[in-house]
Structure formats: C-alpha cells, structure tokens
Design a protein around this ligand. Sequence first.
Ligand SMILES: Nc1ncnc2c1ncn2[C@@H]1O[C@H](COP(=O)(O)OP(=O)(O)OP(=O)(O)O)[C@@H](O)[C@H]1O
Length: 235
Amino acid sequence: MKEIIEINNLCFAYKEDTILNKINLKINQGDFAAFIGPNGSGKSTLLKLITGSLKPMQGQIKLFNTPVEEFNDWAKVGYVSQKVRSFNDSFPATVREIIGASLYRKMGFFKLLTNKLENEIDRVLDLVGMLDYKARQIGNLSGGQQQRIFIARILINQPEIILLDEPLVGLDIKAQEEFYRLLNNLSQELDITIVMISHDIHVISNQADKIVCFKKGQVFTHQAENFNYNDYFRR
Ligand SMILES: Nc1ncnc2c1ncn2[C@@H]1O[C@H](COP(=O)(O)OP(=O)(O)OP(=O)(O)O)[C@@H](O)[C@H]1O
C-alpha cells in the first residue's frame, strides 16, 4: 500500500506550550481520514506541519516518501482552509468562468485549445455533481454548492491528496452530509487521499474510514468501523 503521509516521533510546541508530543501517524493512498478532538488539541497545527508551514521540533514528516522539507511536488496536494471564501450575490462570474480562470493559469500557452478546456471544466464539475450549474452565477449558489465548486477547482490539478481544515462551518446538516459523501466518493472512485478536520464526530465517522483522535498531545488512530464515540469521550 502506498504511503502518502508518514509521521514519526513528531514533537511540536509554541514556545513552552507542547502541542504534539511524540506522535506517529500513517495515511495511505485512498484513505479518508478524519482528525477529531477538542478545541486546541493540535489538529490545525498538525495540518500546518504536514504542509510545511510549521517546522517540527523533533521527529519527521514524510509526504510521498520524501521528507516534507525536501518535498516540492505541491501540485499533488490540494488544501481547503477554514476560511473558505464565499462569493456574494453580486460577484460577476459564472461557475464556468471561475473554474476556467484556474485552468488558464494551468494550461499556459495551450489556452487556445478551447475544446480541451471545456472538457476539463465539464470533467471536474461532473465529479462534484455540479455540471448542471455551469452557467449559473457563483454568487447565487448556496454555501454547500460553492464548497463543491472549490473542490472542483482543486481537482483541476489532479491532486493525490486533499487536506481540509474544517470547511463545513456554517453549512446545514444536509449540506454537510452531502459534502462528506462527495469526499467519500472521491476517495473510493479516484483513489484520492482525504484528510479532514471535523467537529461533527457522528457524521464523519459514517463516511471516513480512519478516525484520528487528538487528546492531550497524543494522537490515536482507529478504523472507523471499530471506533466507539462513547469510549473515546469517557476515557
Ligand atoms: N501561532 C500560535 N502561537 C501560539 N499558540 C498557538 C498558535 N496557534 C495555535 N496555538 C495554540 O496551540 C493549541 C493548538 O491549536 P490548534 O489550532 O492546532 O488546535 P485545533 O485542535 O485545531 O483547535 P480547534 O478545534 O479549536 O480549531 C491551542 O492551544 C492554540 O491556542
């Protein structure tokens, strides 16, 4: 099985405040892993360490078998932050234009190959179930639909892993469930690895296959089918 993330004996502190203490973690290709744990338990900190924006004090992180400090193939890594931008009603662009803008950058001087461009837009919109919305104004879509468009933009780069820092704040339960299902499909059908911070333990444990629990500087990994929500919180 191909290892996408491997973390060994990792320690991290902000000044004297130890946040992660000798943690180990493996994420394999096609895993859908959920990071769960109380506020301030280090979930976002670990994502920042994985993306190289913070440096470990001890231990090692490997991405695609390369130490993160030497890793440079960032097109393989999609990232959705907590503060997903939302477009307001008057934002003057269609879904097609928003996706197309990312493609122009990627395709460079091939931008005249309009058929190829159009096919690529259709491909990623189809993957997120938004093909019928291609001509719609982005600002008129619901929060959940805009979220799908963000994922479509990330899919343009054909990432092998997508990291999401709690991107569902403000979405209703139905939109959250649909979004989890979309991520589950991407991991099952395209073998894309998903790592997501979530506070909604009940919903995420139905969709993710690995549950990574953060507690008092430690990290425990459970298979979702063996994960008992009550055990975790009683301990
Ligand atoms: N830049 C920083 N400087 C100092 N302390 C920080 C910094 N960023 C985070 N912390 C502290 O580190 C701890 C872990 O924060 P982190 O954001 O990783 O937690 P989290 O599990 O993602 O929390 P939440 O679920 O609330 O988003 C918290 O106590 C936080 O206050």
